[in-house]
Design a binder for this molecule. Structure first.
Ligand SMILES: *[C@@H]1O[C@H](CO)[C@@H](O)[C@H](O)[C@H]1NC(C)=O
Ligand SMILES: *[C@@H]1O[C@H](CO)[C@@H](O)[C@H](O)[C@H]1NC(C)=O
Ligand SMILES: *[C@@H]1O[C@H](CO)[C@@H](O)[C@H](O)[C@H]1NC(C)=O
Ligand SMILES: *[C@@H]1O[C@H](CO)[C@@H](O)[C@H](O)[C@H]1NC(C)=O
Ligand SMILES: *[C@@H]1O[C@H](CO)[C@@H](O)[C@H](O)[C@H]1NC(C)=O
Length: 459
């Protein structure tokens, strides 16, 4: 959505940047957040969904559908524009080469055309720069280079060969950079899905704020959302969501795809209190192989609710203490995670004096097969997740910034302090997890669905 919005700006340069175009009259509003994210909020006067208001909700929903489609079409149109831009640049380079090969033949007109086209190109990049809100260093330097090139053209009084050579070299460099920018926009991930042929996280992308939770309540700050990390065949597009106004874990909804999630049209909502009391707590659950893994409320243990069979069972985690939670909220004692290599749980023990312990879960046996002790104090950590057998832990930097500050490699048993800052949409959050099926991080940020792309170190 982040890119959708800035691209929409690009497609309609005449539009004002803030606020964004109407997301429907009435109580469906859209706006652009401080960091340029797209925020869509739907406010209903009453969250108990009285029957007489369902109709108006449906009208709002339809309006949203149309708007989402509109934005998707704008994204496609932006992609087309970048393609054309590259083609134009490539044409310019060719023309320069022609001019260069015959220094005696070229005429002043060619140079004038080049000057005009450079100006146009500069305007386009200025526009892109504005829509990116100066937040991309790549575009900043691109912008500077184009300005420099324009200046060079201006300064050219005698059209000699060496000047043209300079321009040609600059153009070629520019073209490469623009291509790089495009690649970053098209697909942030630089490693094949499922592959661990990388050296860990290079950086975390901008927060992509999908929207406010399906309960439409800003009080629903305890929750999570995401996709099954190892979906059963045919369920690859599904999303899940669960939240509450307390740390209790009771309802969990499944959506057939992203669109249904955004439209808040659940396929099914499961109730862990009825017919049997299988309630959980702590909100650091995940879904894997159509099974919901969560912290059981009582007795304190890890639990799994098999969505296929709709039955739950729980198992004590040896040594795990219910005394140590993450920094932001209480009850977050067991945190489930999944990566390319399977299912994991983190917790702290009295023996470890509250330091984070990582356990690998044997899914078939539903038991811990191996544990690793880290040297970080759980209460100073805001959350943790796994990628390719490496545990990453986060901490708070300030109200807008979070940082991955620690990595523990289970293969080498080596730990490292790192600094990989990333933007938060809201102050605090309860869940952050990586999903190996799309290499994204999913955060439930004070009631908002937020995701991040991850770029890996490849050399
Ligand atoms: C928005 O909601 C308020 C109640 O909160 C209501 O009075 C108003 O009519 C609604 N506006 C529209 C355009 O539906
Ligand atoms: C984006 O632009 C707005 C308005 O000019 C500004 O307040 C905000 O700080 C900018 N954000 C970034 C990340 O540059
Ligand atoms: C680039 O040059 C080719 C061949 O002259 C032309 O067909 C094409 O339309 C040009 N593209 C742009 C975007 O100017
Ligand atoms: C632009 O030109 C200035 C002055 O010649 C130079 O200092 C700067 O490095 C150039 N910037 C780029 C991006 O080429
Ligand atoms: C869930 O239940 C189904 C049907 O009984 C079974 O085939 C599957 O193995 C179970 N999954 C887990 C993870 O226990």
């Amino acid at each position: 959505m982040y890119f959708l919005i800035l691209l929409a700006f690009f497609a309609s340069p005449a539009l004002a940047w803030l606020p964004l175009e109407d997301w429907g009259s009435g109580n469906v509003t859209g706006s652009v957040g401080e960091s340029g994210q797209c925020i869509c909020q739907v406010f209903l006067p009453d969250t108990t969904f009285p029957a007489d208001r369902v109709e108006s909700l449906q009208i709002s929903s339809n309006k949203l559908t149309v708007d989402v489609e509109l934005h998707i079409s704008k994204l496609i149109s932006f992609k087309g524009k970048v393609e054309i831009l590259l083609q134009e640049l490539s044409n310019l380079t060719i023309r320069l080469e022609v001019v260069e090969s015959g220094p005696d033949k070229y005429i002043k007109l060619d140079f004038e055309l080049l000057r005009i086209e450079l100006r146009e190109f500069e305007a386009l990049v200025t526009e892109l720069k504005t829509s990116l809100n100066s937040s991309s260093p790549a575009f900043d330097s691109l912008y500077n280079e184009i300005r420099n090139m324009s200046m060079i053209v201006d300064q050219l009084e005698s059209y000699d060969r060496s000047n043209l050579e300079v321009i040609r070299i600059e153009f070629t460099k520019l073209q490469k950079k623009l291509e790089k920018c495009r690649d970053e926009q098209d697909d942030f991930s630089n490693v094949q899905i499922g592959s661990c042929q990388h050296k860990g996280i290079l950086r975390v992308g901008k927060p992509v704020v999908s929207q406010l939770n399906a309960n439409l309540g800003t009080g629903y700050i305890y929750g999570g959302w995401g996709k099954d990390s190892h979906p059963l065949p045919g369920t690859e597009n599904r999303y899940w969501y669960s939240a509450a106004t307390t740390t209790v874990v009771r309802y969990m909804s499944v959506y057939s795809d992203y669109y249904k999630l955004i439209m808040r049209q659940a396929m099914k909502t499961y109730d862990l209190l009825s017919p049997k009391n299988w309630q959980g707590t702590g909100n650091n659950y995940i879904i894997r192989a159509n099974t919901f893994y969560y912290q059981y409320a009582s007795p304190f243990s890890m639990a799994k609710f098999n969505i296929t069979s709709q039955t739950a069972e729980y198992r004590a985690v040896s040594g795990a203490s219910s005394r140590f939670s993450y920094h932001y909220h209480a009850n977050q004692n067991l945190d489930f995670a999944a990566d390319e290599s399977g299912l994991w749980v983190t917790y702290a023990t009295e023996a470890s004096k509250g330091k984070l312990v990582l356990g690998k879960i044997d899914e078939a046996a539903f038991a811990l097969s191996e544990v690793w002790e880290t040297s970080i104090f759980k209460q100073s950590v805001t959350n943790a997740f796994m990628i390719c057998g490496v545990l990453y832990a986060t901490r708070s930097v300030d109200t807008k910034t979070e940082e991955i500050f620690y990595a523990y490699d289970t293969q080498t048993r080596q730990e490292n302090y790192v600094s990989l800052p990333f933007e938060k949409f809201q102050d605090s959050y309860v869940s952050l997890d990586y999903n190996p099926t799309d290499q994204k991080l999913y955060m439930y940020n004070n009631g908002y669905y937020v995701s991040y792309n991850v770029k890996f170190k490849t050399a």
